[in-house]
Structures are given as C-alpha cells and as structure tokens.
Design a protein around this ligand. Sequence first.
Ligand code: SF4
Length: 104
Amino acid sequence: MSSQEGIPAERKLSLADRLGLLQFDVDAQPFITVDTNTCRSCEKKPCLYVCPASVYRLENSELVYNTEGCMEMGVCQIVCHSIGKAAIKWNYPRGGKGVTFKFG
Ligand code: SF4
C-alpha cells in the first residue's frame, strides 16, 4: 500500500518535497570514507547512480563526496563492494547524529 493512498492528488508530496522533510544532525566525525585513489580505476562507478541524495559526484573526472545529505541506506557500500572497487568504508553516524525521518 502506498503511504499516500487516499490522499487527494493536489496534496500528495513529490520526491523533492519528501526529501525536504528530512532533518539532519551532522556528525563532525566522518562516518563514510572513500579511498578516492582507488576510484580512479573503477570503470562503472555505480555509487554515482544509486544514491538519491547525490552524496557522490564527479568533479574534473575525480570522485568527490559529501555525506551531509546521506540518508543512511548503505546501498553505496553494497554496490561499491559488489561491482566497484571496494573503496567505501561506511558506518552509521554516531548515536543521535545523522538523518531523522518524518513519517506521515
Ligand atoms: S563504486 Fe566505489 S570504487 Fe567505484 S567510484 Fe564509487 S566509491 Fe569509488
């Protein structure tokens, strides 16, 4: 069942609206680290395509990342380790830090 079932079309939230509801308490201690030297030899760079928060991007053909919008799905690590070059080390932010989801 859709979380927006029964809601009139004019009141349904777009993906951008939903993402705007997320709140973050940024952890100053990095909870994701990437060996970007290893990324240079990664042909597929799947991390660029799986993250809805666009944590990973290319700048001048180099992989860069910014964890501030991370929704803590962990899918970047899964694809990096399964079809990338295993450059990502991923953990949850320290207790109380990171994303807060708002349901309803
Ligand atoms: S998938 Fe992993 S190794 Fe490949 S570019 Fe992304 S972070 Fe680097």
